[in-house]
Design a protein around this ligand. Sequence first.
Ligand code: V47
Ligand code: SF4
Length: 395
Amino acid sequence: MVTAQELPARIIEHVGDAELARIGEKVLAGQRLTEQDGVTLFEKGSLSFVGALANWVREQKHGNKTYFNRNFHIEPTNVCVFSCKFCSYSKLYAHKEDGWELSIDQMLDIVKKYDGQPVTEVHIVGGVHPKMNLSFFLSLIKEIRAYRPDIHIKGFTPVELDYMFRKAKLSVVEGMQMLKDAGLQSLPGGGAEIFHPEIRQQICADKVDANGWLSIHKAAHNLGMHSNATMLYGHIESYWHRVDHMETLRKLQDETHGFNTFIPLKFRNHDNEMSNVKESNVVEDMRMYAIARLYLDNFPHLKAYWPMLGRQNAQLSLSFGVNDIDGTIDDTTKIYSLAGSEEQNPAMTTAELVALVKQVKRVPVERDTLYNVIRDYSANEFNEQSAPVIDPSLN
Ligand code: V47
Ligand code: SF4
């Protein structure tokens, strides 16, 4: 009889490839993978091989715990001065009248919709509108903080921040300090895409580059703030660009320890200038999660963003290294529905989310933004039967 602990070792024994076996041994011994190891896993690792190893690492780190939070999104605008080819917002700058632009009062009205509800986080992210400058966002943050001091404010990608700071003629450190003083508490992971200039130049040439992105996260970490990191994968990049991206993040994390979570974002090809590029399939998506779990040994958490991936695939990812499925997001996030995600109005109640996790025999744990546990749902009050009926055509 083989125990669950012995299983990865047995899988390595039978993998039938010396190079993969050597990488598997390194994982079990807790040794760091090299960039070449990462590329080899992408090129040769079967889904079952990388999946078994990643699941083992996930269970070593978190057991069956699967984190989520109660959050809502505010998108101040969908008008954007930048022209990322994968993004449906980029075309709106020339047609501003078709886009939206929220005032501070309108955004506060969104916050007020959650009066009396136990949400713990607001995630603010959107396009880059020239009228929305640093002082506008400082006022917004202060007003949200004053109205709901109990909510953690996570907001703005380095793309938005770099633009705000340059317009205000402030250094990154000065700008970040002002936002922190106003009440901004952490940064989401967006805007990273693929760091390597060979790809970045082709898909998002005019926005902040890798060094700019990294220096803003580093400044935030040095001020004691935490952040996430994403990677937009499954378009024109090669495997080694993905590894290069993860290597860059792993290096910064060694220095600052400020990242909480890595979030691979699957490229969706609807209604953008890259509609001719085929999307990745589910096997490739799960391999991506698994290899990220193996490579990013210093990232505590790996998140599947369910509005983008779909609910069933998010459930599946919990067996491929993922230990976080974001939150009970309300339907204000449009960037994904426009790009063709399965979830046209992403919203899930806590009961649905808990049941979804329980259906795949993991333990749902509600967390705050910084992964402090709010509630462990291992007790049976929400059970698998209360899970939403999933329409198979959605995934
Ligand atoms: O950087 C835009 C992506 C990101 C497409 O930190 C697309 O908790 C796929 O980063 N196909 C912004 N992706 C969103 C983001 C995020 C999301 C959820 C949670 C967190 C977090 C961060 O959205 C952009 C870009 O990579 N995006 N268009 C598209 N067509
Ligand atoms: Fe603007 Fe961000 Fe879309 Fe690029 S990805 S066009 S920066 S909203």
